[in-house]
Design a binder for this molecule. Structure first.
Ligand code: E4P
Length: 215
């Protein structure tokens, strides 16, 4: 399973990339709005920091606008992929952009039929938002299991990207279910790396070593 960071903060991405842990990055308008500077330059520097896919989201809501923005964003770097919302206009944009060789991540997916239609439209990635489903008492991870089953039934190549991850268990479950990608905030990545027994074990090793040197 590929690990993506869900942020537009270049420092956060650089720190995680230095550990060799970041396969790609997802951004969205809310994440971009938190950063200062020219959005195009921010995306360019993210695309330079990681070698994998970097999702850049369109702001238009009509097909023509999404296609125009998608074409523009795709010129930033070869690893920029375009994020379009899962709406009728968005699905039309997916088809048009795909015909031009531009890869699309279809975002804001909340149901199996939506995911099926994204795949049929030619999505490169579909992004089901598990945390936002959990927030309304709907089981987010069940949606991942269902989409995996449906995609496998028909051999769709669209990658399942688990989005809106809020905790380490979402990531573990995503891997168990065979999701292709999990995107997460830096905070969750950090929680996944750390274990209290690792810290306790390390402290004990160092103490034992020091004690032996003193006696
Ligand atoms: C994914 O591509 C989205 O940017 C993201 O995961 C949304 O997460 P949120 O529901 O925590 O805002």
């Amino acid at each position: 399973m590929q690990i993506f960071l869900d942020t537009a903060n270049v420092d956060e991405i650089s720190r995680a990339a230095a550990m060799g842990l970041v396969d790609g990055v997802t951004t969205n308008p809310s994440l971009m709005a938190k950063e200062t500077g020219d959005p195009r330059e921010i995306l360019a520097s993210i695309a330079e920091t990681v070698s994998g896919d970097v999702s850049a989201e369109v702001l238009s809501t009509d097909t023509a606008g999404m296609v125009a923005e998608g074409r523009e964003l795709a010129t930033i770097a070869p690893n920029i992929i375009i994020k379009c919302p899962l709406t009728p206009d968005g699905l039309r944009a997916v088809r048009e952009l795909k015909e031009e060789g531009i890869r699309v991540n279809v975002t804001l997916c909340f149901s199996v039929p939506q995911a099926l239609f994204a795949a049929k439209a030619g999505a490169y990635i579909v992004s089901p938002f598990v945390g936002r489903l959990d927030d309304i008492s709907a089981p987010g991870m069940q949606l991942i299991a269902d989409i995996r089953e449906v995609y496998d039934n028909y051999g769709f190549a669209t990658q399942i990207l688990v989005a809106s991850i809020r905790n380490p268990l979402h990531v573990v479950e995503a891997a168990r279910l065979g999701a292709d990608i999990a995107t997460m905030p830096a905070k969750v990545l950090d929680l996944l790396i750390r274990h209290p027994l690792t810290d306790i074990g390390l402290e004990r090793f160092l103490k034992d070593w020091e004690a032996a040197r003193v006696t």
